[in-house]
Design a protein around this ligand. Structure first.
Ligand code: HEC
Ligand code: HEC
Ligand code: HEC
Ligand code: HEC
Ligand code: HEC
Length: 259
């Protein structure tokens, strides 16, 4: 076969493959279709889920409930893996299958220790379907004084607030630089792991640990901010090196002309 015929077939297969993959991604999930038309008790899951962070990341009904999302007649058949509504004691295990670090802190905390005996599960605080990006706003009188006083919650919140503000300011700075076309990959990577460490530790409810870790994180942010890390310093450095190279080049050219 001629080389171009082979190339044509390969190209055609690629197009077909991409087309199929896109079609599969957009396949209708029967759970959503049917539930959206049910009375509110069974359709609110859909309404809430649609604007959730999970929907944004492709985590759908069957990820948590099991079942067959392609076959309406058998969607909720246990033989197709349908598991029903998870009971409270099973919820941390379900959510923790993806949120591993959070679940580890939670299970060792006063909340995890009272699971099934009055303690909150993940969905008490985050909801089950309308889950949004989490922040310290969740630590409020409304959410945290149903079962005990707000006092301990207030201590944790104020211990975290200063570093939270710091993290957010740096995140904003990086976004701004990125929008100006500056390469922020390194800074983003470093911030990402610090940010994760910070936002999972709340679940320990351990005020001593939270204060200690917050101080470590602040130290690391400050260190990085000064010496080629998360702040703008590395970019100033890069610009300086750029100017130095340019100056050297100019010097070389001028010298060459003079010679
Ligand atoms: C053809 C319509 C239809 C489809 C498709 C469908 N459901 Fe349902 N679902 C229902 C109805 C009706 C109920 C309420 C009555 C019942 O529990 O059977 C329900 C109830 C539920 C419940 C609550 C059960 C309980 O014990 O309270 C869950 C969870 C659920 N569906 C999940 C799913 C998932 C996940 C899928 C897709 C894999 C799915 N459903 C597909 C019609 C449907
Ligand atoms: C991230 C996991 C997760 C996803 C995704 C999810 N659910 Fe649920 N769902 C749960 C949990 C956990 C409960 C139990 C809630 C509780 O105990 O408060 C539940 C409860 C339900 C119930 C019982 C009534 C209610 O609203 O509490 C229905 C019906 C239901 N889900 C349907 C759906 C449908 C339809 C989808 C897709 C649009 C979906 N779920 C997506 C975790 C999930
Ligand atoms: C199949 C994996 C999976 C399961 C199961 C799952 N999640 Fe998620 N969750 C994700 C992904 C992916 C994201 C978006 C990326 C991120 O922020 O981590 C997310 C985001 C979140 C966020 C927002 C995180 C943020 O950055 O602010 C919360 C809160 C959350 N999930 C809670 C839950 C709860 C509660 C459950 C159980 C009812 C659950 N998740 C079950 C994968 C999962
Ligand atoms: C569904 C009930 C419930 C809700 C809602 C709840 N808690 Fe708790 N919490 C408990 C139980 C039960 C304990 C263990 C017994 C105790 O210390 O009162 C506990 C203990 C604590 C402790 C003490 C930990 C320790 O080691 O001494 C802190 C701190 C705490 N909760 C913070 C919070 C915060 C913050 C919120 C809101 C985001 C919250 N709680 C919401 C039930 C709840
Ligand atoms: C007592 C309330 C409460 C309970 C119970 C709880 N969370 Fe959280 N969760 C919070 C708060 C408050 C934050 C925000 C902390 C912050 O901004 O640093 C948070 C943050 C998160 C995040 C975001 C972490 C990140 O990297 O941005 C995820 C994911 C999450 N929770 C999942 C879970 C899961 C899974 C469970 C159950 C194993 C759970 N949560 C139990 C209150 C709770």
């Amino acid at each position: 076969m001629r080389w171009w015929a082979t190339a044509l077939i390969v190209a055609f297969s690629c197009v077909l493959f991409v087309f199929q993959a896109t079609a599969a991604e957009q396949a209708v999930i029967v759970c959503i279709e049917c539930h959206a038309r049910l009375p509110v008790q069974y359709s609110q899951s859909v309404t809430l889920w649609q604007t959730s962070i999970h929907a944004e990341h492709g985590i759908t009904c069957n990820t948590c409930h099991g079942g067959d999302p392609m076959d309406a007649a058998n969607a909720m058949n246990p033989a197709r893996g349908y598991r029903g509504v998870p009971l409270p004691p099973a919820i941390p295990g379900l959510c923790g299958s993806c949120h591993v670090g959070v679940a580890r802190y939670y299970l060792n905390s006063a909340h995890g220790g009272t699971l099934g005996r009055g303690g909150p599960t993940c969905v008490t605080c985050h909801g089950s379907h309308g889950i949004k990006s989490a922040s310290l706003d969740l630590i409020s009188k409304k959410n945290c004084s149903q079962c005990h006083t707000f006092e301990k919650a207030r201590l944790i919140r104020s211990a975290m607030l200063k570093r939270d503000t710091m993290l957010m300011a740096i995140e904003k700075k990086i976004k701004l630089l990125k929008s100006q076309g500056i390469d922020t990959d390194q800074q983003e990577k470093r911030l990402f792991s610090l940010r994760n460490r910070f936002h999972t530790m709340f679940h320990s409810l351990d005020i001593k640990l939270i204060i200690l870790e917050s101080e470590h994180i602040q130290a690391e942010l400050e260190k990085n901010n000064g010496a080629g890390g998360i702040g703008t310093a590395p970019l100033t450095g890069a610009v300086a090196i750029g100017w130095a190279l340019l100056a050297a080049l100019m010097f070389y050219l001028i010298k060459k002309n003079v010679d």
